[in-house]
Design a protein around this ligand. Structure first.
Ligand code: DP6
Length: 326
């Protein structure tokens, strides 16, 4: 096999969070989750199958990556090589388009773009739903980055039925303002953090139960285009997830003093009639869900406390697409 493929994937932010696996090997989640794909952050990946290569090569932002980083990519590529009997070694060249200060995880867009690029390079013709099961094996949240707009990742029962489905990618008056509180390395990776939470938090079973209920409500709110309900459910899902971490053993939190400041500002602004809701992931940055038409106002309100380069705006992003000309 010889060939190249080029693919772009956008990152996504969960509105109903994924936090915990029932199978770590297969990346089967404990609960279904739901996200919004963002247009501001994406990864472009080129894959070249090359019989002449002795081993896989991984370049990120033009820099050759370490053996350890390359091994993670090789293991992921093996999923395709095994299933489709591909023997060639592979060169992966990725460019992350994430504003340098954003400090946002890029594993979601990275594995979705890689899955798309290998699908094209090896002419596998894997459909998007099935492709999302491959992306999942790189990083759980990557499952959802295959599609644009609102996306559900159904937890499923086994590897083949734990996939993403697109819910709505119509033009919405919705966006996110990301407040960058700190872009240092995470104190604990999401992979380790969720594992510890599942194993030790007495609140974990309640989290799973409440997520399933929130998901049903969220899907209704999307169908009825009920922005307020979407925001309330998203904020609640994020805060409940973070509460499970404080109750883990040993306890941990991604909150920093400035994260709390943003949370308080969001709640105040809401009281003043500016409808916005927050969500947070495995890091201290706060993402604020708002109407696109309120974005400038929101930014202005926050600019008394946060600098211009601490605030990044994003609209809704699309699903993966090929960057090849032919
Ligand atoms: C808090 O997808 O990064 O962002 O599956 O172990 O790679 P792995 O974890 P990852 O976890 C994401 C956790 C989250 C919530 C979410 O995106 O749903």
């Amino acid at each position: 096999t010889q060939g190249t493929g080029r693919c772009r994937a956008h990152t996504n932010i969960a509105l109903i969070k994924y936090w915990g696996k029932q199978d770590e090997q297969l990346f089967l989640p404990m609960n279904s989750s739901l996200s919004l794909t963002l247009n501001a952050f994406y990864t472009d990946t080129k894959v070249t199958l090359d019989q002449a290569l002795k081993q896989d090569v991984f370049l990120l932002n033009h820099q050759k990556q370490s053996a350890e980083q390359t091994l993670k990519i090789s293991n992921f590529l093996d999923l395709f090589r095994h299933k489709y009997s591909i023997s060639a070694k592979i060169c992966v060249e990725s460019i992350n388009h994430v504003p340098t200060a954003a400090g946002l995880a890029s594993s979601a867009s990275a594995f979705a773009a890689l899955a798309g690029a290998i699908n094209e390079a090896a002419r596998l013709n894997i459909g998007l739903q099935e492709l999302s099961t491959f992306a999942r094996r790189g990083s759980g949240s990557a499952t959802r980055s295959i599609f644009g707009g609102f996306v559900e990742w159904q937890k499923g029962t086994c590897s083949t039925d734990s996939f993403a489905i697109p819910l709505d990618d119509a033009a919405w008056d919705i966006g996110m303002l990301i407040v960058v509180v700190n872009h240092r390395e995470k104190i604990i990776s999401s992979r380790q953090g969720m594992k510890r939470t599942v194993e030790t938090s007495p609140f974990y079973p309640a989290w799973v139960k409440s997520s399933e209920k929130d998901l049903v409500e969220m899907k209704k709110a999307i169908v009825t285009k009920d922005f307020s309900k979407i925001g309330e459910l998203a904020e609640s899902s994020a805060l409940k997830m973070h509460a499970t971490m404080l109750s883990a053993q040993p306890p941990f939190t991604y909150f920093e003093p400035d994260s709390i400041r943003v949370i308080q500002r969001v709640q105040e602004l809401r009281k003043k009639g500016l409808e916005c809701y927050l969500t947070m992931d495995a890091g201290p940055n706060v993402k604020i869900l708002c109407r696109l038409t309120d974005m400038d106002k929101l930014k202005q309100e926050l600019s008394t406390e946060f600098s211009q380069d601490q605030m990044i705006l994003s609209g809704v992003g699309s699903g993966i697409h090929s960057l090849s000309e032919n």
